[in-house]
Design a protein around this ligand. Structure first.
Ligand code: HEM
Ligand SMILES: *[C@@H]1O[C@H](CO)[C@@H](O)[C@H](O)[C@H]1NC(C)=O
Ligand SMILES: *[C@@H]1O[C@H](CO)[C@@H](O)[C@H](O)[C@H]1NC(C)=O
Ligand SMILES: *[C@@H]1O[C@H](CO)[C@@H](O)[C@H](O)[C@H]1NC(C)=O
Length: 509
């Protein structure tokens, strides 16, 4: 799924996931296989040959929309020479917009609905509309409660213990693949924050769940988007993965209720609030989709760029050492790193870590190929003089602002020290803006800071390429985030894959 937003905002999508396991799986396989051979032919379609298809982009010509979305959308601006253009995805009108006033419209207009659009382009399963809005309101409310100071503070030592276990496991290794290991860790801390203690304590289960969420993500194909009711193989894989995740969560709820034993975790908070099962499952399933991958991928890129930039790495290390010195008088340098870091209060992580904050900001600018998408549920509106009819979709690629050289000079260069674009409205939207901001932002930033801090204090690291792990990649040579790869931004050329060359420091974990 999440071809668009790395899975950010699919909360109410849960409703559908919960329902869709009721979809009859059997019997439809034959048709599905027949269809897949057709759709694999579309995949060979080349972007270059699209040039004469605009403005009436045909069904075939929009296939790159699915596999090279960044290039496709840019090409559209280029080919039309306009700030905004439209194409059809079957019977759905989609308008792609750019520029300052369009950006403000996207983030402020009422009537433009994020979730409905997300469900559509992520090729989600059949949706039960009516349940969504109340479920969604409850999910938002609980997510806010979870991010109050006391609850977040409570999570700090738990996160650090999870992080310690992962990083300790890497101790014997000279290299790790960040998109493997760091992403797994980001997944783990997300489950810790959003689900139940029993789930987060079980590493084998974490690995299995992560695989299932990958299946949910990766099985988005043109077929699942355009024909959501059609049981293509990808759709069947998706439904199957959703069903298994559903079973895991149901089991956790049953065990908690059956045992009568309380734990101080998010599941308990949801049960104590007397939310119904549907909402609880929706909360856990949906928010893991929304948050886990985004957190893991962002942490990976933070460490990739810090690994390639010893100067910024050193600044970050100094900042954390200062935090330790100022706040952790009760712990000595011989104490484990996880213990020492857990004595730094939440407030200090949030307000006394400007270097980490600027790194998060720079990474969510440069390595996050989001495309804001909305369904116009309200009356027809004009965006930048372009008509967005009721019932049609609008897309706004974040590249329009985040990679604009007029706003960010030398936009592909990682530079956390660059000035913030104060004169451009919504000049940074890495966690959304105006009326549409990330509901898990506080939690996400805390996780990112803890993961990065443990790693750069616990390890010395640099970047090497998969193709030659003996030669360090320095400064400007860090491969560019690949915006056509919406889940991870991983470079297209496999030999460009970056590994961390690492060595434990003297600090005990
Ligand atoms: C580094 C991690 C993350 C990044 C970069 C990120 C980014 C974003 C962005 C850019 C949006 C707005 C999208 C738009 O306007 O089209 C958004 C929305 C959202 N995010 Fe995040 N997010 C992250 C982590 C999380 C986590 C951990 C959670 C949940 C625990 C979460 C939950 C949500 C939800 C529920 C929304 C939709 C809010 C609404 O209904 O308007 N996100 N996120
Ligand atoms: C349980 O969590 C709350 C905050 O979520 C915290 O204030 C409280 O101290 C915790 N209780 C225990 C026994 O850990
Ligand atoms: C932390 O300690 C340093 C000296 O080590 C001091 O200069 C700085 O003001 C302190 N910061 C805070 C926020 O207490
Ligand atoms: C909660 O944390 C924020 C930021 O760290 C801080 O500014 C605020 O004062 C805290 N609120 C309470 C009630 O402690």
């Amino acid at each position: 799924m999440s071809p668009f937003l790395m899975g950010v905002h699919q909360v109410a999508d849960v409703a559908l996931v919960v329902r869709n396991f009721a979809l009859p799986l059997g019997g439809l396989l034959i048709a599905a296989v027949a269809f897949s051979s057709v759709s694999s032919r579309y995949r060979n379609y080349k972007l270059g040959s699209l040039a004469n298809a605009v403005p009436g982009l045909s069904f075939l010509s929009i296939m790159p929309f699915f596999h090279s979305r960044f290039d496709f959308l840019n090409w559209g601006f280029h080919a039309t020479g306009q700030q905004a253009y439209s194409f059809n995805l079957l019977w759905n009108k989609v308008t792609v917009v750019s520029g300052e006033s369009a950006r403000e419209a996207i983030f402020t207009f009422r009537g433009l609905n994020l979730l409905e659009a997300f469900k559509f382009v992520s090729g989600s399963l059949p949706v039960v509309r009516d349940a969504d809005h109340t479920v969604l309101a409850t999910v938002q409310k609980r997510l806010t409660a979870l991010q109050r100071n006391a609850s977040l503070s409570d999570l700090i030592p738990q996160f650090l213990e999870d992080i310690r276990q992962h990083m300790d496991r890497w101790s014997s290794r000279d290299t790790i693949d960040p998109f493997d290991e760091i992403c797994e860790l980001g997944f783990h801390t997300s489950v810790r924050a959003l689900a139940a203690k029993g789930m987060a304590d079980d590493y084998a289960l974490i690995q299995r769940l992560r695989k299932l969420y990958d299946d949910l993500d990766e099985s988005t194909t043109p077929a699942t988007v355009l024909f959501p009711l059609f049981p293509s193989p990808a759709m069947i894989k998706k439904v199957w993965a959703a069903k298994q995740v559903y079973d895991v969560i149901t089991k956790a709820i049953d065990e908690r209720e059956g045992s009568g034993i309380r734990h101080n975790d998010t599941l308990q908070m949801l049960l104590d609030a007397k939310d119904d099962r549907f909402t609880i499952i929706g909360f856990i399933m949906g928010l893991i989709i929304a948050g886990a991958r985004a957190t893991g991928v962002t942490a990976s890129w933070m460490l990739i760029y810090l690994g390639g930039n010893p100067e910024w790495r050193a600044k970050a290390v100094t900042e954390i050492e200062t935090l330790l010195r100022n706040h952790s008088s009760s712990a000595s340098e011989q104490d484990p790193l996880s213990t020492r870091l857990s004595t730094i209060p939440l407030e200090a992580w949030e307000s006394e870590a400007p270097v980490l904050d600027s790194v998060i900001r720079e990474i969510t600018r440069i390595a996050q190929p989001h495309i804001a998408m909305r369904l116009n549920e309200g009356p027809d509106v004009l965006i930048d003089n372009k008509l967005i009819p009721h019932g049609s979709y609008v897309l706004y690629p974040f590249s329009d602002v985040h990679l604009d050289p007029e706003i960010y000079s030398d936009p592909w260069t990682f530079n956390p020290g660059r000035p913030e674009p104060t004169s451009t409205p919504l000049g940074y939207v890495g966690f959304g803006g105006a009326r549409s901001v990330c509901a898990g932002q506080r939690l996400a930033k805390l996780e990112l800071k803890l993961i990065v801090s443990m790693y750069i204090l616990g390890y010395d690291h640099g970047i090497v390429k998969r193709s030659d792990t003996s030669k360090p990649v320095t400064h400007g040579a860090v491969p560019r985030p690949n915006w056509n790869e919406p889940l991870t931004c991983r470079p297209a050329d496999k030999s460009d894959d970056m590994f961390f060359a690492q060595k434990r420091t003297a600090r005990p974990f």
